[in-house]
Design a protein around this ligand. Structure first.
Ligand SMILES: Nc1ncnc2c1ncn2[C@@H]1O[C@H](COP(=O)(O)OP(=O)(O)OP(=O)(O)O)[C@@H](O)[C@H]1O
Length: 631
């Protein structure tokens, strides 16, 4: 949607020059920083978030159970392999020595160690199979959970009130359905079971070591505790740096987005250099935080590896002595080393995996926060409908409203638009013209009083029923990617080509469409950038024509179109208003002198209402405005 500032910039006669400049400068200076706690890497309530994720996984939980069982089986087989290899190596060693003593060569057969070698291979194959099963099952679990959450988000955004969108950047909401869910999925796939595997491996390998030799295990444990403490300290720093990096990335993308969307304003105010400098500064900050983050994460693994190598050297020296003294066999010696290697791997992983899990829980928490946002009031269970055909009588009865309930904007607005009347709304920028329409369409709910359509309170109708009675033609003519015919038929997808063309003719846009090489099949790209502002508006008039609504809301032609197009728009609007109640947000008083009712708004309230002649005779604000424009 075009921003208020852009709309204000485009408007003509009633626009205050100073507001326009202020608005544009404000656009330039608007902060785009995300709220710092929005992208936190630490969940505020990990237990609740984990429980909710578990609840969200209803129907999929068996997958976690299967994956966890497979993971444990994988660890058991991996731990069994070195122990089995100890016996195998000793057996082979004994057989080799025996063969040498007998002066015969040694050839492996099924009887002298071959069966054991095959069994050993079988153990590793089983470990590999279980690892593959857990990866596959966990991947499908994570993606299905994600799909469910993504569906919930997609349904949720339709139920969020517009006030939510006023208070949140679009990027934030999109980020919930993309980055955050991706993070949850990735960590669930790799992190969750990795944690289980790490813990079970560490404990299991240590027990196996202890079965062989307590002294050597003691040496290992000393180094293990030292590595664990080191990773803990480093991972705490990583969390801080990760949050800083995330925040600086948010600032950088915010600045780039701002520079992109505001490029015209930035250029018109000659602020290119300032904007580029801000981006460069944000990029510099991002590079600095990334550098710190990368250094810490990259430095930790070699540091831990150094410690584990020290452990291996220490254990090697000790175990070598024991081997020579005959306290250890060769098989046990090598098996012990395999356990040391198996147990040190989780040590480097553990703290970082915990960090990742925390980050994923924080991401999931943000997703749940979005899902918990208050929704629009549900439609009534037994909705009312105005009698068909809808006549189009609209009444505001003592309406009270404020975007922020603490700061009321409309105090007591009453008006009646009789069927078929043309109602013009005038007032300076920010007077509340759009707000009146927002309430009429129930984009926002009134705080007091009521609005009726043909005598039925609009809150007793479903929003869809209510909005079906309205056609809106806004200055911000929204077109989507598709053909011109599809764009015209947007509110009436089943319309035939003849109906589309008839609507286009009535909206005086048929001639223009026919000049295009592909006519009605011309594709509109990138929000209609290949179509001029005036033509876009004519297309949206044709769109409204095709729906044939009882009531029309028109935002009058802008001053940004040429006189011929403007005349076409005025003619099209006159045609579409015929025999319908219409609300016209007027920017030029010349076009509304024939209105049946003129509402003059100021500070959210209707300060005068009547016909042109009545208001002129009253000699109030309208009369003054009219004289200032036509004096
Ligand atoms: N979504 C919103 N959230 C909070 N305040 C808003 C919102 N939209 C408008 N306002 C405020 O409500 C008041 C009336 O705004 P409104 O958009 O109705 O004026 P308008 O007469 O249509 O102005 P313009 O001619 O510039 O479009 C203004 O003070 C505006 O700042």
């Amino acid at each position: 949607m075009t921003s208020k500032r852009e709309e204000a910039r485009e408007r003509g006669a009633l626009l205050d020059e100073k507001d326009m400049v202020d608005g544009a400068v404000a656009a330039d200076a608007a902060p785009a920083d995300p709220a710092p706690d929005e992208e936190s890497e630490v969940p505020t309530d990990a237990a609740t978030t984990a429980r909710r994720l578990w609840e969200a996984a209803a129907g999929q939980r068996w997958r976690v159970v299967v994956a966890a069982a497979s993971a444990v089986a994988y660890v058991c087989f991996s731990l069994a392999a070195p122990a089995y290899s100890a016996g195998l190596v000793d057996l082979l060693w004994a057989n080799i020595q025996e063969a040498f003593a007998a002066g015969t060569g040694f050839v492996v057969t099924l009887d002298n160690g071959g069966t054991q070698i095959l069994t050993f291979l079988g153990i590793w194959t089983a470990a590999w199979v279980f690892y593959t099963v857990q990866s596959l099952v966990m991947a499908s679990f994570a993606e299905r959970l994600n799909l469910g959450l993504r569906r919930q988000i997609s349904a949720k955004v339709g139920r969020l009130p517009l006030s939510y969108y006023d208070a949140h950047q679009p990027g934030d909401t999109i980020s919930r359905a993309t980055n955050d869910l991706d993070k949850v999925s990735e960590v669930l796939q790799r992190g969750l079971l990795q944690l289980l595997i790490s813990v079970v491996t560490l404990v299991g390998a240590t027990i196996m070591m202890a079965r062989y030799n307590l002294a050597l295990t003691g040496v290992f444990l000393v180094f293990a505790v030292a590595s664990f403490v080191l990773t803990k300290v480093v991972s705490a720093r990583t969390l801080v740096y990760a949050s800083e990096r995330q925040a600086s990335l948010g600032r950088l993308t915010g600045k780039v987005e701002e520079a992109y969307s505001g490029r015209a304003v930035i250029k018109s105010f000659g602020r290119d250099d300032a904007s580029a400098a801000e981006i460069a500064e944000a990029a510099e900050a991002f590079a600095r935080t990334s550098e710190r983050m990368d250094f810490v994460t990259n430095a930790i693994s070699p540091a831990i590896r150094f410690l584990t190598r020290l452990a291996q050297v220490g254990i090697g020296l000790l175990a070598g002595g024991m081997l020579v003294a005959g306290q250890l066999t060769v098989g046990v010696f090598q098996a012990f080393f395999q356990y040391v290697t198996q147990a040190t791997e989780p040590l480097t992983q553990l703290s970082l995996t915990v960090n990742q899990l925390q980050g994923a829980l924080a991401a999931a928490e943000r997703v749940f926060r979005l899902l918990d946002e208050p929704e629009v009031e549900p439609d009534p269970a037994e909705p009312l409908r105005p009698a068909e055909p809808v006549r189009g009588q609209v009444a505001f009865e003592h309406v009270r409203f404020g975007y922020d309930p603490a700061r009321p904007l409309m105090h007591d607005v009453s008006l009646v638009a009789e069927p078929g009347q043309k109602v013009a709304i005038v007032g300076a920028t920010g007077a509340g013209k759009t707000t009146l329409i927002n309430l009429l369409m129930r984009f926002y709910e009134v705080d007091g009083g009521r609005i009726t359509l043909d005598g039925v309170d609009t809150r007793q109708m479903t929003r869809a029923d209510l909005r079906r009675q309205f056609g809106m033609v806004l200055q911000d003519a929204w077109l989507f990617e598709g053909s011109i015919a599809q764009n015209i038929a947007y509110g009436h997808p089943g319309a035939t080509r003849e109906e589309v063309e008839a609507a286009a003719r009535a909206a005086h846009v048929d001639f223009f469409v026919r000049t295009l090489p592909q006519g009605y099949d011309t594709q509109i790209s990138n929000d209609g950038e290949n179509i001029s502002q005036g033509q876009r508006q004519l297309l949206t008039i044709a769109r409204a024509m095709l729906c044939d609504p009882a009531i029309l809301i028109l935002d009058e032609a802008t001053s940004s179109v040429d006189t011929r197009t403007e005349q076409a728009i005025v003619r099209a609007m006159e045609a579409i208003m015929e025999n319908r109640t219409s609300f016209v947000i007027a920017h030029r008083l010349s076009t509304i002198v024939d209105a049946d009712l003129i509402l003059v708004m100021d500070h959210g309230t209707i300060i005068e209402q009547g016909t042109h002649a009545e208001l002129l005779a009253a000699g109030g604000t309208y009369a003054e405005l009219y004289r200032s424009q036509f004096a």
